[in-house]
Ligand binder design. Sequence first.
Ligand SMILES: *Cc1c(COP(=O)(O)O)cnc(C)c1O
Length: 414
Amino acid sequence: MQLVDKSYQIQGLPVIELCKKYGLPLFVYDGQRIEEQYHRLSDAFDVPKIRFHYACKALSNVSILRLIRALGAGVDVVSIGEILLALQAGFQPDDIMYTPSSVSIAEYEEAMKHSVRINVDNLERLEYFGQHFPDQPICIRINPHIMAGGNKKISVGHIDSKFGISIHQIGRIRELVDQYKISVEGLHMHTGSDILDVDVFLAATDVLFAAAREFPEISFIDFGSGFKVKYRVDDNETNIELFGQEMSRKFRKYCHEVGKELQLIFEPGKFLVSEAGYFFVKTNLVKHTTSTVFAGVDSGFNHLIRPMFYDAHHEIENISNPTGLPKIYSVVGYICETDTFAWNRKIPEIREGDILVFRNAGAYSFQMASNYNSRLIPAEVLIYQGQDYLIRERQDFDDLIRHQTDPEIPFIPR
Ligand SMILES: *Cc1c(COP(=O)(O)O)cnc(C)c1O
């Protein structure tokens, strides 16, 4: 989004016009930005075999999946719903890696019916696969026990994390694999979101390389994701170019040592889509109290929960008054609970009716929306090659009532 002649544009389209056309609140995605991020990532690495599996829980609209498939990526899914969405978007089963956590045996078996790749993260199910489906190729998720990630909610590789099989249980994995002749096709790790320190990530990779030596049969190593993007203008982000160089060197060296050309896989979610997303809302009320000026908008944590859930920072702009005199506002939602998007933020003067935009609304934003307070889930628009496309309709009341059976139980008035 760029400021051109005092008005914000995405790929040359004035965003105010998009808001008028589709109504508010509204999620808009810049397809070009997703493509740029993908190319930045793929250009950063220099190994013969590399592949990116988009972690689609970040943003799983089928049109977004189709765009990412067109770039040549595969997809990482965590549920049957995501498997079906990926198939709907045209991904081949081979390009779909199913990485669930604490799911039922029935769900694994349903995933198998779709012939997707299976990533197992516990010894219990590994043994089950060995006993019942020894021919099913399996990827194994290892927990390297490296504390990485921006905060504990999004760190999944530390010692008491529920994810993955502990690196200290490698011996037991090997035993089960040998006992049941399980075909292990790859090893996997994913240590969490928002990794800033390239060295910490590389340390975790050393742990996984060491584990991989125990499994000479594998054909790929999947290092998950956690690439950090900028949320503030002066934020740090993962130095992807440096990381790509270091990682490629390490990976080539490892392949050389074991005498086998392995495939290197990453699973970026946030990195591909976070900065491509914009969430537009309308200011319902500018409220002056004795201490604070509140800008109350027609949204809340029912649409964008990251600020409340993760204390995430989202830049806010006033697109109706981009060059107005900055003042201090607390931006709050309309949910009947505390739902503060931002405390005491400097924003160009906000007047009732002004349209505000939250940046970085591509990843884990729309996807975490709910119907809390019986509010409706907004529409989504994708901009591609300078054209805007409605990729999801706004909900209406029918959506709230659709699965309620309302059987008119004869309640007795008392
Ligand atoms: C969520 C997730 C990712 C993506 O993480 P980002 O921080 O969005 O890049 C990758 N792999 C797995 C297994 C995940 O659960």
